[in-house]
Design a protein around this ligand. Structure first.
Ligand SMILES: NC(=O)c1ccc[n+]([C@@H]2O[C@H](COP(=O)([O-])OP(=O)(O)OC[C@H]3O[C@@H](n4cnc5c(N)ncnc54)[C@H](O)[C@@H]3O)[C@@H](O)[C@H]2O)c1
Ligand SMILES: [Zn+2]
Length: 334
């Protein structure tokens, strides 16, 4: 199936087809130089399949893990593109999870002020969430996504068959972003998580629904001036926990799950969320020092002096934005 995201300056196409990685020419033109960026954890088979379809393909394999989203690796890739004489008309393909997507998008968006960019996300998190919406960035030290821009891929190829090799913890981690999408904007999606007895069977519907939520929000507010902030439900505390654990202890989706549990005030919804997160086998809480959480929230790029905009859900499928004093987040909420 195909979905288009209408943006101010371009249309980003999303395809959700099993095995689409094997038929790239159906979706994107490969009549140019192609740099495939991936990491060591992505099975070799996938990049060999992608490269075999490119006439002038080359490969950059980064180390796996969050530390790859760094200015150092960013510069290494830019150097390779320069050495190989890539132009703006040539193509970068991100093949991997959110780390590779964020890094490759930032490379493509800034090399010669923007070159062609397509994405083949291979984790649930990147298929459900990170590969659309155009947010691309690298981290500096332990501060996440602090150097970045908005740059949308011309096409996103979502191949559910690539998930067969994904470790279970990563598989579940990414699904938390779809749970979030349900809570903020799609009651049926949240109910699907409550009802499902076999996630695998419902996965396509889960991904399509979650992408619809993100598409609708991003189309209305591309640069996160207002409405798009609802996508940050659970992220204020979630990001702080990620930072406290030095981006190592918990995965992104897991932190978002914990963050949603911490911030939700409606007890009934909180209990429903608790059951869904248990079903997904993700943690419900983490050990942390409240002072440290407050410290990281203040440092978050979304904070504005003493205030931060918190997303709250009082009714499943509806979110509201509440400017909140950071200090008031102490106490029962965290
Ligand atoms: N840009 C956005 O809007 C946005 C949104 C949410 C998260 N993010 C970012 O995404 C990143 C997390 O992404 P992630 O959860 O996909 O993690 P990830 O990119 O680190 O991938 C997880 C692991 O799975 C491996 N892997 C990937 N595909 C595989 C496959 N098919 N089979 C086997 N192994 C595979 C990778 O090598 C990696 O070790 C974070 O940096 C986060 O900040 C960005
Ligand atoms: Zn997220």
């Amino acid at each position: 199936m195909e979905m288009n995201i209408q943006l101010a300056e371009k249309t980003s196409r999303i395809y959700i087809e099993r095995d689409c990685r094997l038929h790239l020419e159906k979706y994107i033109s490969l009549d140019c130089k192609v740099m495939v960026i991936t990491d060591e954890g992505v099975p070799k088979q996938y990049y060999e399949e992608v490269l075999s379809q490119c006439k002038e393909g080359c490969l950059f394999v980064a180390k796996q893990g969050e530390e790859t989203k760094s200015l150092t690796v960013y510069e290494q890739i830019l150097n390779r593109l320069l050495e190989l004489d890539f132009s703006r008309k040539d193509l970068v393909i991100a093949l991997g999870g959110g780390v590779i997507g964020d890094l490759s998008g930032f490379v493509a968006g800034t090399f010669k002020r923007g070159m062609r960019f397509a994405s083949i996300p291979t984790t649930t998190l990147s298929q459900i969430d990170s590969s659309i919406g155009g947010k691309v960035a690298v981290n500096m030290g332990e501060v996440k996504n602090v150097v970045g821009t908005f740059y949308h891929p011309e096409a996103v190829l979502i191949d559910l068959n690539t998930l067969s090799t994904l470790p279970e913890r990563h598989y579940h981690n990414g699904l938390v972003e779809a749970v979030k999408a349900g809570l903020i904007a799609d009651e049926k999606l949240f109910e699907l998580f409550e009802k499902t007895e076999n996630i695998e069977e419902d996965l396509e519907e889960i991904i399509v629904r979650a992408l619809h939520v993100k598409k609708n929000v991003v189309e209305q507010d591309e640069k996160e001036e207002n409405l798009r902030k609802i996508l940050n439900f659970g992220h204020t505390i979630g990001h702080a926990i990620e930072s406290i654990y030095h981006l190592e202890g918990y995965y992104h989706g897991e932190c978002v799950g914990i963050g949603m549990m911490m911030i939700l005030e409606n007890e009934k919804i909180r209990e429903r969320l608790r059951r869904v997160l248990c079903k997904l086998n993700v943690p419900l809480s983490a050990d942390y020092d409240v002072e440290e959480v407050i410290h990281f929230i203040k440092k978050d790029k979304k904070a504005n002096g003493k205030y931060v905009t918190v997303v709250q859900v009082d009714k499943v499928g509806e979110a509201k934005l509440l400017p909140t004093e950071i200090e008031s987040l102490r106490g029962n909420k965290i």
